[in-house]
Structure formats: structure tokens, C-alpha cells
Ligand binder design. Sequence first.
Ligand code: SF4
Length: 251
Amino acid sequence: MTSGIVFDIREFTLHDGPGIRTTVFLKGCPLRCSWCHNPEGQSRAPQTIRAPGRERLAGKEYAADELAALLGRQAGILKTNEGGVTFSGGEPLLQPEFLAEVIDRLEGIHILLDTSGYASEEDWRRVVGRANLVFFDLKLIDREAHRRYTGGDNDLILRNLRTMNAMAVPFVVRVPLVPGVTDTDENLAAIAETVCGLAGLQGVDLLPYNKAAGAKYRAAGMEFKPDYDEEREVRVNLAPFERCRVAARVA
Ligand code: SF4
């Protein structure tokens, strides 16, 4: 029996996949994206989150059967509303054994994996093979820019994208639009070129920039240091996706 660290569980979510869902946020991420809006998901260690008038501990250990039992109790309402369970983070693939064990105990429930794609091939195959749908974050195609803004290489991510496609697991590519970083015409054209023609691709979601990150860092006792101009208007360019007939939208 494995155990894992979770920093939040949200019930009745409407934007984390089809239908009504419960979203589980697993703690810990190997990347450090400059724009990360879940800073309390980065470290595996528990953290105190302070908001005016309240304080909470982000980071609770669950045994796999304990978390599965908690989620399983909601199975009826999730199925009735054509929803399921979404595993997000942090990076859920950082706890592959725990995640696989929890999913195996949720038979019959729709499983969505929200991931950066940064994982070893072995872990990737093990967990993605258990998902019904994957939200795959694709940030930057240029290797150097990816390393600079996320702290990690994108080789693994791009390989895992191809592996997932070969495994015939349906996926949605999600692109966070960060002003002057990911929203450039060059990057969006490169992303379109990368995903164009992939059989498992269900669509591309462009995610508008979230300016609330700063407050979340302060609440977690962390410093927010974006190395781009947060005030610059974000560019929304769907044309590269339309050109290769990929269904793209601003989510
Ligand atoms: S991959 Fe996601 S959770 Fe990890 S640092 Fe980047 S934005 Fe944050």
C-alpha cells in the first residue's frame, strides 16, 4: 500500500474536464514555471497558507485506499453528471505508484489526468494508460526558452506526447498564454506544427494569463518573480491551429 501527498481536493468542479468532477491536487512538481499559479503545489513538503482571517495546511498524506474510498463515495453523483475524478497538481506524475494505485481502486469512474508531461517513460506509460482523458500542458517548443522559463528540458515532454498518441489515449493540449513568452506567433505556430495530425488530439485550449498568481505566492510565504512583463496584453492567435484544422479555442 502506497501513500501520497495531496494539497487540495475540490468537489463539484466544472472546469477540470467533462461533467461535474472532483479534482485532487497532488503536491510536488519537478518544474518551476515562472508563471505557476499553484505555487503551493511545487514542493512536496507541507506548507502553511495564510489568507486574511484563516490559515490552512497545504499537504496531507493519504494512503491510496483512504483516498480512493473518499473519492469512491462520490461515484454516484459524478457518474450521474457525466463527470469523474481529475488528478492535477503540482505534477501528479511525481507520485506515479500512489496515483496508479488510487486509479485502480476507482473502477468505472472517468479519470482525467492534468499533467505537464514531465515524467519518465515508464511512469508515463503506467499512469497515462489508466486515464480516460489527459489535459496535456504544452508551454514552449524552443528548448532553451523551455529550460529558461520552466527550469526543465522539454525533450521528455515532447516524447511523452508522442507516446501518449501512440497509446491511443485521447488528450487535449492546453497552452498557458504568458505575455511575451508562450503567446508569441512563433511559439504558437511551433505548437500547432507539433500537434497537427496527432490522432488522439481532441482539441487545443489556450488558457488566458492568470494575474492572481502573486497573491497566491504571498499566501504561501513564497516570492513571485516573473521575468516577463505581466502588464503586457496577451496575444491570442488561433490562426496556426485553424490552418492545420485543429479545433482550438480560448478556454
Ligand atoms: S508544471 Fe504546473 S505545477 Fe509545475 S511549476 Fe509549472 S505551472 Fe506549476
